[in-house]
Design a protein around this ligand. Structure first.
Ligand code: ADP
Length: 273
């Protein structure tokens, strides 16, 4: 555990994924208050010499709000069109908030074939490395416009995408900012006696699998895709933490080695400190 704590507190490259419900209100409009607070914390960590990659959801929800659609879109073309509309607004606001703290942002849109195709994977890796060398903060989202139907369950609400990115760039830590404190033994929205699981030592334990799906209208992955993300991180030797995005200061607490949310311990064979 000491080795792992060191990997977390000294983390040089951190991938932070933020879920739709953290950066948008229930009606899909952007939650400027939360986005601004998060940008401030991430900009501060960048100033402290850490490499920051932000994986953001929310494009479809924001697009839906901009189009005044109350119903959740059903068809793939509708989702892709709304994502294209929402992505512009999202990036505009991120760019505005980060530049207030003197940070340069870059938009990176990725599809699944990035990890399947050796050349695309290498090119994407090189782009990330160059952006981080420049001191920029890459802001990543799934490239919904060209994504195909089968891509959706794979990446979920960007949970697994963030783990794929973390593995690709050999990050030291993945933080998932969610609308809930962490992983509970059952969904606390339905079970008052649910308990937070502070540490998951073995994400492959059968009791962890199938602990719960999402129940809200905006988020899409629930804990299922977060557990899938944790498996990718486990194999890659990257610690992963789920915490509540309500208060981005939790990120500081994680980096101080404090117990926050749920920590997924990676396969320690890969952890060299
Ligand atoms: P986000 O994208 O903000 O992370 P999600 O809806 O994808 O939001 O995931 C968080 C949701 O997962 C919670 O609001 C909760 O309803 C649901 N959930 C299902 N099972 C669990 C569980 N065992 N522990 C915690 N949350 C759970």
């Amino acid at each position: 555990m000491t080795e792992l704590r060191g990997k977390i507190t000294d983390a040089k490259t951190i991938v932070v994924k933020v879920g739709t419900s953290t950066i948008t209100h229930a009606n899909g409009s952007m939650d400027y208050h939360h986005m601004e607070k998060m940008a401030r914390v991430l900009a501060d960590l960048r100033c402290d010499g850490r490499n920051i990659v932000l994986v953001t959801s929310g494009a479809i929800g924001v697009g839906r709000f901009r189009m005044g659609m109350s119903e959740k879109p059903n068809s793939l073309p509708q989702k892709q069109a709304l994502a294209a509309i929402g992505q512009v607004s999202l990036m505009h606001i991120y760019s505005k908030f980060f530049s207030e703290y003197d940070q340069i942002t870059a938009q990176v849109l990725i599809t699944r074939d990035v990890v399947d195709d050796t050349l695309k994977k290498k090119n994407t890796y090189n782009t990330f490395c160059t952006l981080l060398d420049y001191g920029a903060i890459p802001i990543v989202n799934e490239n919904d416009t060209v994504a195909t139907e089968e891509i959706e369950p794979y990446f979920g609400d960007n949970d697994t995408l963030s783990a794929v990115v973390a593995e690709l760039i050999d990050a030291d830590l993945l933080i998932l900012l969610s609308d809930i404190e962490g992983l509970y033994d059952k969904n606390p929205k339905y079970h008052q006696d649910a308990h937070l699981i502070p540490v998951v030592y073995d994400v492959y334990n059968q009791e962890i699998d199938g602990i719960g799906d999402t129940d809200n209208d905006l988020g899409t992955g629930g804990m299922k895709t977060k557990i899938e993300a944790a498996k990718i991180c486990y194999r890659a030797g990257i610690p992963m933490v789920i915490t509540n995005g309500d208060d981005p200061d939790h990120i500081y607490e994680i980096l101080e080695g404090r117990d926050v949310g749920t920590l997924f311990v990676p396969c320690m064979d890969h952890v060299h400190v």
